[in-house]
Design a protein around this ligand. Sequence first.
Ligand code: AMP
Length: 417
Amino acid sequence: MSFRAPEGTHDILPEESPRWRRLEDASRSCFERFGYEEVRPPIFEYTQLFHKSSGETTDIVEKEMFTFGDPEDKAGTYSLRPELTPGTIRALVEGGLLAKKGVWKLWYLGPAFRKERPQKGRFRQFTQLGVEAVGSADPLVDAETMILFSEILKAAGVEAWELRINSIGCLQCRGGYREVLKNAVRPMLGTLCDNCKTRFERNVFRILDCKADAEKTRNLPPAIEHTCETCKAHMKAVEAALRDAAVSYRVDPRIVRGLDYYTRTVYEFSSSALGAQDALCGGGRYDTLVKDMGGSDVGSVGFAAGAERILLAMKGEAAARRPLDFFGVAVQEPQRAAVFRIVTDLRRAGLSGDMDYEGRSVKAQMRSANRSGARYAVLVGPDEAAQGRLKLKDMQAGTERAVTFDEAREILKGGKP
Ligand code: AMP
């Protein structure tokens, strides 16, 4: 019997992991440069959390969650997290963090799960990296999150990207816009797709980001013309900060984002290097979420990006794996224990090394040493074992010399022959 990974999941095998490491390291160092601190919420939460935060009418909550547990249970069922914002905000509120200081800037990187139809760039288990800046309504923070993501793309070597931004207004002005939009959509509703028809009643804004009906809905009134003066001023300030930072962007009235909790600024980074699933990162402001989740009434802004998609758009290969410092070789079987001891002691001294675990001939061991790219082979034969010494072979120069363990360690550390 043979096993396959579940549909929509993927393994990251050793030849691919250096690219992942490169992206993760680049992201971490950008987050830290911008003053963000790491948070690691659990992989699953009570299902109710996602209903309350992501929204009842959103695709990910309605159709895409992996839910388990006993529905009769008083605490309710659990769901694998389809995104990390709800867990992050819950953790912040539950931990009473906002009582300790006004603004928290948090970052995360980890798996998320959605029961979607798998295709290129769309998985059922994927990796999200993102930030939540909680406690400020300052438009500069909106801009900061976008500048931060553009820095991650730069550090990761992604060149072909586009940033589109929009404002969907606040709780005060959104009601008015909803009516304007409904009145404009009503006459054409019969010609729209089934999805749009359900969205009309439940979340009319989402008609704007329907790809199937994009042509028909192109001339609908844009949100930005119907937002209040405060929202307009906010958007202007975000744009000014982006221009100052020389981050290119385009205002796109079609960006509304799929989740319920957004207010004012919404944005999306996409890449022409990807296929149909071209979104690298989505973000925006959510000024009501923290309060809705039992916290204080504070503004917040954040983004979530898909690591797999960034990797698809990343140019070039990551640097090859760093070669080992040494490879231990036993000339004969009785010296294997001594070689193992030396290998362990050198590793404990901070050097990287390996040895043969297949009981192979000295010739075959030397071939492995070569293949490993190690700078030195550390050989022990009967003579060396008797004298408590070892032989160090420089794999590039082909020279060898007998040395004590301490001498070998110093040579290996200094990298000098
Ligand atoms: P969203 O909040 O749905 O916009 O997700 C944020 C980002 O996560 C997207 O821009 C994608 O890069 C990534 N993403 C979302 N869903 C998937 C998926 N099923 N597979 C891979 N990446 C995804």
